[in-house]
Design a protein around this ligand. Structure first.
Ligand SMILES: *Cc1c(COP(=O)(O)O)cnc(C)c1O
Length: 493
């Protein structure tokens, strides 16, 4: 299995090459040239495995060139840092709806599932491609990726990591998580602007040939830990299989029964991993894309028109405050298999902020199982309240967006198929929004809000969040999109 760029069949590389480079040279994203396939018999064998073993078995098929032995070692080490042996526990909610909790890692957000293992994959890819360069990771984050990447890469030999987050665009706790990060190889900077400004700044640095040459001479190669990196996406495919096998083991479904997934979506990485799971044989029917008030994707999946020309709204689910969902490009390639067409749409997006895939391709997306709903701030708060008062379940604002979308879908379609909503963050990461949604008074500091949420719910603040209060701020700096290139150059040269 080789990897090609979504914008050109010619740019072929291996899994290790795709992981090392992150973005293809033409600005496209790497996708497998052909997809592996799991038979139902093979899925059956997964259900008796521990999560690390299951993840290694799935990854082996999506990362050719890595051995089973290597992958088992990486998944064992990566998922040992989670606070439950199930790693991705599945909790029953209302009838036929489950919450797949992906926030039991060291930074309390689902990004840990990929970013705890990515450093191993990158270090191994560096060896496989053997040029001895220091790998410098650049990350633009809407909040959760940054901390999860810092946590994965801090003090990993042969790597450095710089994280850019929107100034004022992340929660108190998210900011504290990043600016207190330890490690000699890390840099954290706030950027004036929103997430898209930060992401555009990073993408520009990646496509800067002069800088690449200068860094190469200094023995440094840039790479990305954003969800555009195949090494980020591949580990996410595994938990869709993990969710399915948990339902099998609980006797809730029989082998071969289909299930629906509902995914709180920002950059389209998580839900795309679900599509890869489906395309590789997992019995999935609908993939429900859940958005907050920044509902570009809802409009796109309903009309075929992607239009980022609209106000950028700050919501209480900041990790989904995104107007340009990078990974959507991969979906467009997977359904059209036409790199020229994808390149054309992406050029239109760049130049006009808009593209239209037309009725034919929209219909294909529907046939592939994509549905789309969104929850505005009021609906999200209502869902948080309903979950707490009716189910005794604390759903963070991102998870609540998904649960609201799932409910809208079920009411509209009258479907009763088992539905798994992905729960992507600990509610304690967004304690202030939780309290205000629950109608409680909100203390000024994010840390006091955590305590108040803990007192209200009788649940403990997760240790990695409780500890932040004592940590010194190491990175108070703020930069501008225009200065990012020079910040990086100075830091690496
Ligand atoms: C990143 C993130 C999302 C969005 O995931 P994408 O892969 O970007 O679509 C949703 N919820 C939380 C808590 C996140 O951190």
């Amino acid at each position: 299995m080789e990897f090609i760029s979504t914008r050109s069949q010619e740019l072929r590389t291996t899994a290790a090459g795709a992981i090392l480079r992150g973005l293809a040279e033409d600005g496209g994203l790497y996708v497998p040239a052909s997809l592996p396939r799991f038979s139902l018999e093979e899925i059956k064998t997964l259900k008796d495995m521990s999560y690390p073993a299951l993840a290694a078995a799935v990854l082996e098929r999506f990362l050719p060139g890595f051995t089973a032995e290597e992958l088992n070692e990486y998944t064992r080490k990566a998922y040992a840092s989670f606070d439950t042996p199930a790693v991705v526990p599945l909790r029953p909610l209302r009838d036929g709806v489950w919450s797949l909790e992906l926030h039991h890692g060291p930074t309390c957000a689902f990004k840990d599932l990929a970013l705890q293992i990515l450093p191993y994959l990158l270090a191994a890819s560096g060896k496989k491609c053997a040029d001895g360069h220091t790998i410098a990771i650049l990350v633009a984050t809407s909040g959760d990726t940054g901390k999860a990447a810092l946590c994965g890469f801090a003090d990993v030999p042969g790597t450095k990591i710089a994280v850019f987050y929107p100034h004022g665009g992340v929660s108190d706790i998210q900011r504290a998580q990043m600016v207190t990060q330890e490690g000699d190889n890390v840099l954290v900077l706030a950027v004036e602007g929103n997430f898209d400004d930060a992401q555009t700044g990073v993408k520009k640095i990646f496509s800067d040939k002069a800088l690449e040459k200068e860094l190469d001479a200094a023995g440094v190669a840039l790479s990305s830990a954003n969800s555009i990196n195949w090494g980020r996406l591949a580990p996410q495919i595994a938990y869709y299989y993990g969710a399915y096998t948990q339902l099998l083991n609980a006797g809730k479904i029989a082998l071969g029964d289909t299930v629906d997934f509902c995914v709180p979506t920002g950059n389209f990485g998580d839900i795309l991993a679900g599509y890869f799971a489906k395309k590789s044989g997992l019995p999935v029917d609908k993939l429900i894309c859940a958005s907050n008030s920044n509902n570009v994707l809802t409009d796109f999946l309903r009309t075929g028109v992607y239009d980022r020309n609209r106000p950028f709204l700050k919501t209480m689910s900041p990790s989904m405050d995104i107007l340009v969902s990078s990974n959507l490009e991969r979906l467009l390639y997977l359904v059209t298999e036409d790199t020229d067409q994808v390149a054309e749409w992406m050029a239109a997006l760049r130049e006009t902020g808009r593209y239209d895939i037309g009725e034919k391709w929209l219909e294909v997306l529907r046939q592939e199982g994509f549905e789309a709903y969104f929850a505005d701030e009021e609906e999200t708060a209502r869902e948080i309240r309903a979950m707490w008062t009716q189910q005794g379940y604390l759903a963070d604002p991102h998870t609540a967006v998904a649960l609201s979308a799932a409910e809208q879908y079920r009411q509209e379609s009258r479907e009763t198929r088992p539905l798994i909503a992905l729960s992507t963050a600990s509610p304690f990461k967004f304690a202030a929004s939780m309290l205000s949604s629950l109608g409680e008074s909100v203390p000024e500091s994010g840390f006091d809000a955590q305590e108040a949420l803990s007192a209200l719910s009788g649940q403990r603040v997760p240790a990695p969040l409780a500890e932040l209060r004592q940590k010194p701020e190491r990175f108070p700096g703020v930069t501008t999109p225009a200065d990012m290139r020079e910040d990086v150059r100075r830091w690496l040269a």
